[in-house]
Design a protein around this ligand. Structure first.
Ligand code: TXA
Ligand code: MG
Length: 314
């Protein structure tokens, strides 16, 4: 049984005592600790079995907190934060001395985000410290988007889960940084390139090791992976296959066969919100392989394909 509830006073007490709390956000559930408590932060790395070289996002209560933790903020960064916060945008900026090195894995930059889920914003506003929170899954597993997913992550070891219901976006935040004036996307996510371009009025470039000077730590290729083997394929080819003990996820039309999940009925945003939940469910079916339909790499399709390619990589 999981220890869940919607008691933010209890959650705040645990965090003040140096304990972990699972917090809901509009993207995925996060495993939160007081950012200024190094032994609490250690517990995150231990429970997730996450390499110490992979830094943590600092979750703050509002844009008014940015200048405490970041400096040399480009105008376009302020414009984007104003527009998208609270919401699924994470911004990499030079950190101030207030930000401990143990949360940035030694990097001079800090990743900042203001989540939109009301219960978590209320929690953050009630605290006098910010929270670090990676996605709550064990390292390389699927990010949880429902409280019940946590049971499959840590069983009885799961810390208190603040229940915020399902995560509306269902895919992680978009991480951006700045190379001089250029907007660089380090991780495509719930906010699309197209939305960033529309709001900023400038072109957005994907992170590319060749052209961007500072390399982001912790961009692991294998990630977001169910235990079941994943293969990406076209719908036409999937339709031509016959195979027992196989699962199927499609976006453009349903496949009429067992273990098949059609996520495209209400559009791509709805598909994104269901994808990880579907993978959690399918991972419990004892299937040998899950075939997933490839998507065109535009708008949210680009973000979903980023995750799907990683989940399919060996
Ligand atoms: O939607 C989200 O962003 C969720 C929710 C819980 O907020 N959080 C999340 O955190 O996805 P995590 O730790 O699973 O992924 C954050 C990514 C990691 O790949 C990490 O390497 C990168 O952000 N990151 C964090 N701080 C960084 C920094 N200072 N410099 C470069 N990359 C950073
Ligand atoms: Mg993660």
């Amino acid at each position: 049984m999981l220890n869940t509830g919607n008691d933010i006073v209890h959650a705040a007490d645990l965090l003040k005592k140096g304990e972990l709390v699972v917090i809901p956000t509009e993207t995925v559930y996060g495993l939160a600790a007081n950012a200024f408590d190094s032994s609490a932060v250690d517990k995150i790395y231990k429970l997730k079995n996450r390499p110490r070289t992979n830094p943590l996002i600092l979750h703050i209560s509002g844009i008014d907190q940015v200048d405490r933790y970041a400096s040399d903020i480009p105008e376009v960064a302020r414009l984007l934060m104003k527009h998208f916060w609270p919401g699924p945008l994470t911004v990499l900026l030079p950190k101030t001395t207030l930000v401990p090195d143990y949360i940035t894995a030694g990097s001079k930059n800090v990743a900042l985000r203001v989540p939109r889920k009301k219960i978590t914003l209320d929690l953050l506003q009630s605290l006098d410290f910010p929270l670090v929170a990676p996605s709550a899954n064990p390292f390389t597993y699927i990010s949880p988007t429902r409280p019940e997913h946590l049971f499959y992550c840590y069983g009885a070891e799961t810390p208190y889960v603040l229940d915020g219901g399902p995560c509306e976006e269902g895919i992680e935040s978009t991480i951006i940084g700045f190379d001089e004036e250029k907007i660089v996307v380090y991780r495509p996510g719930a906010i699309t390139f197209e939305e960033l371009e529309k709001v900023s009025g400038q072109a957005v470039v994907p992170f590319d090791k060749e052209t961007v000077k500072e390399v982001t730590p912790g961009m692991h290729h294998k990630h977001y992976s169910p235990k079941t083997n994943v293969i990406l394929d076209s719908i036409e080819h999937m339709e031509s296959l016959e195979s027992d003990n196989t699962g199927w996820i499609t976006f453009s039309r349903p496949l009429n066969r067992p273990n098949s999940f059609y996520l495209g009925k209400d559009g791509i945003a709805s598909a994104a919100s269901q994808l990880y939940d579907t993978l959690y469910q399918m991972d419990r079916l004892g299937l040998s392989t899950i075939f997933i339909e490839q998507l065109p790499e535009i708008e949210l399709g680009r973000s979903l394909m980023d995750r799907l390619k990683r989940s399919a990589s060996k």
